[in-house]
Write a protein that binds this ligand. Structure first.
Ligand code: HEC
Length: 98
């Protein structure tokens, strides 16, 4: 199964799926859902909030890595165990969710 997923990750049309796999693997989906608020904001709301902001992914990638609070409410996001490249991939993916 793992090999199959790795293989799929190399095929462009499967990219969105692969990114969601990464989010699941990194435990993001424990606090976030695509279209409803859980502990953190829904990814759809995040994408809408930053839709007009150029290079928003850079700011979000840093926050994904280091954690932070105060944008969506008092609940903080803890630092996540992701590499800078993974954080950037996840930030870009979140911004595509509608
Ligand atoms: C323990 C719960 C938790 C986990 C795990 C978590 N988040 Fe969050 N996330 C939050 C909370 C709470 C906020 C709102 C923080 C705030 O208001 O500034 C948030 C905010 C965000 C934001 C918006 C940041 C902003 O400044 O607008 C993004 C993007 C995000 N998370 C992505 C991720 C990704 C990707 C992962 C996995 C690597 C992840 N989160 C894991 C709780 C979590």
């Amino acid at each position: 199964m793992k090999a199959l997923l790795l293989g799929l990750a190399l095929i462009a049309p499967a990219a969105a799926f692969a990114n969601q796999e990464l989010a699941q693997k990194k435990n993001c989906m424990a606090c976030h859902a695509l279209d409803k608020k859980l502990v953190g904001p829904s990814y759809k709301d995040v994408a809408a909030k930053y839709a007009k902001e150029k290079d928003a992914y850079k700011k979000l990638a840093e926050k994904i890595q280091k954690g932070g609070s105060g944008v969506w409410g008092p609940m903080p996001m803890p630092a996540n165990a992701v590499t800078p490249a993974e954080a950037e991939t996840l930030a870009k993916w979140v911004l595509t969710i509608k």
